[in-house]
Design a protein around this ligand. Structure first.
Ligand code: AMP
Ligand code: GLY
Length: 423
């Protein structure tokens, strides 16, 4: 086989996917739309945006792409998969209908309720006065969420009624998240530790990945505002077999069955965010795509040929035996631009990537970079993902931080406590 693959996206997640795809003996050409500086070493970057559906379809036809893989939620939410399928082009990812599980929290919560999937109690509101009335009777802290996509920022945890009223004003009146805040979900606060799971699905069956844990806040000790994710470790030792059984039988399979019953077959990567408190596992949210930076870690641990797995999902015949994992641990530490997740500068020269990658077991996946001649420059909020593997979690972390020390750009910021949470 001489497969041609197109990957839609240009972040660390897509760099990691492309790094893994490039190892498949069946692949001889990879395109990335739009790609980034690091991706350009492995794939040809194409200047098409992730939501330019018509251009993506035309490109896939022209280049006779054998399989397209979608990274970002925005591309799924505008129906890129539907458009490809209409033209009989093979694509890995859920349709617009199935991707609603992430794009609409109100849809997602209703589906969970209908299928008895454990999640926080909630109400959906489209009327701000009704929502404010509810705030008088609910217990605190409470969680106010814009229903639509908001780049991971649409969730406000409110300690009291005043904070919750302010959150509603911002989301529903001031429209700080645009039309994503037309509907609001207000739900109970969940106690516990957050864990990420990924499950690949062919529409019927699911293969569940090892557990992982993101670190969403910008500063050490989980302080400061939420980001897209500042570091990930996998697997998580304290998650029990009984927790995993709950995740499989009470969360992942029921949601896939529930979506199928709504004529929204889910083919792709389902990524539930979970809150675990002892034996209790609750669903915080469902994402309809690979996590970023979870993928950077998972690709380091996956032993099997990812292209064959994607093909089986698209064909509807995924075999769990196909998905094999390496032993040991993988971690990623994100290097971000100073000021992220607020305003930050771009175009700053980056040094030390090559030296870092000379260390055993280290790979640096690029998120926001571009290449100018031989020089990498910063081009985004999250700039690099320094990944490392090890026999133990501590070994992987020590290696990753050794690599981090070798890399520099002006204003670089990273968390120094990835993987250090008490369990
Ligand atoms: P979401 O976009 O729904 O994943 O929410 C973003 C983050 O807000 C999550 O990763 C959690 O850290 C937090 N969060 C969301 N919902 C809840 C909840 N019901 N209880 C506690 N924390 C929550
Ligand atoms: N790691 C967070 C996300 O991908 O949504």
């Amino acid at each position: 086989m001489n497969r041609k693959i197109l990957v839609i996206g240009g972040g660390g997640r897509e760099h990691a996917l492309i790094w893994k795809i490039a190892q498949s003996p069946s692949v001889n050409k990879i395109y990335a739309a739009p790609g980034n500086g690091g991706i350009s070493e492995l794939a040809e970057n194409v200047a098409i945006g992730i939501k330019e559906v018509d251009k993506l379809v035309a490109f896939a036809k022209e280049k006779q792409i054998d399989l397209t893989v979608v990274g970002p939620d925005d591309a799924l939410a505008v129906g890129v998969v539907d458009a490809f399928q209409k033209e009989d082009l093979r694509i890995f990812g859920p349709t617009k209908a199935a991707a609603q599980i992430e794009a609409s929290k109100a849809f997602s919560k209703d589906l969970m309720k209908k299928n008895n999937i454990p999640t926080a109690n909630y109400f959906n509101f489209t009327d701000i006065d009704e929502a404010k009335k509810y705030l008088k009777s609910c217990s605190y802290p409470t969680v106010v969420k814009a229903s639509g996509l908001a780049a991971g920022k649409g969730v406000i945890i409110c300690e009291d009624q005043t904070q919750a009223e302010n959150a509603l004003d911002e989301i529903m009146s001031d429209k700080i998240f645009g039309s994503s805040g037309d509907t609001v979900v207000i739900e109970d606060f969940l106690q516990g530790q957050e864990v990420s799971i990924h499950a690949l699905s062919d529409g019927n069956k699911a293969v569940i990945f090892p557990t992982s844990q993101d670190h969403k806040q910008i500063f050490d000790e989980d302080k400061g505002p939420n980001t897209g994710g500042m570091g990930v470790i996998a697997p998580i030792d304290w998650v029990t077999d009984s927790n995993m059984q709950t995740i499989k039988t009470k969360i992942v399979q029921p949601v896939l069955d529930g979506l199928r019953n709504e004529d929204a077959n889910f083919v792709g990567c389902l990524y539930p965010g979970l809150m675990i408190d002892g034996d209790k596992v609750n669903t915080v949210e469902f994402n309809a795509r690979f996590g970023d930076p979870e993928t950077e870690v998972y690709m380091r641990l996956l032993d099997s040929d990812i292209v064959e797995i994607f093909e089986s999902c698209v064909d509807g015949n995924l075999d769990p035996e196909e998905v094999q994992w390496k032993s040991g641990y993988a971690v990623t530490v994100v290097l971000a631009s100073g000021g992220y997740p607020g305003k930050y500068q771009t175009g700053l020269p980056i040094s030390g990537i090559e030296e870092a990658e000379k260390l055993d077991n280290v790979i640096v996946f690029h998120a926001g970079t571009k290449k100018a001649g031989d020089q990498y420059l910063t081009a985004g909020g999250r700039v690099l993902n320094v990944t490392a593997t090890g026999e133990t979690l501590n070994e992987a972390l020590a290696t990753a931080y050794k690599a981090v020390d070798l890399i520099h750009f002006e204003g670089v910021h990273y968390r120094t406590d990835i993987g250090k949470r008490p369990s």
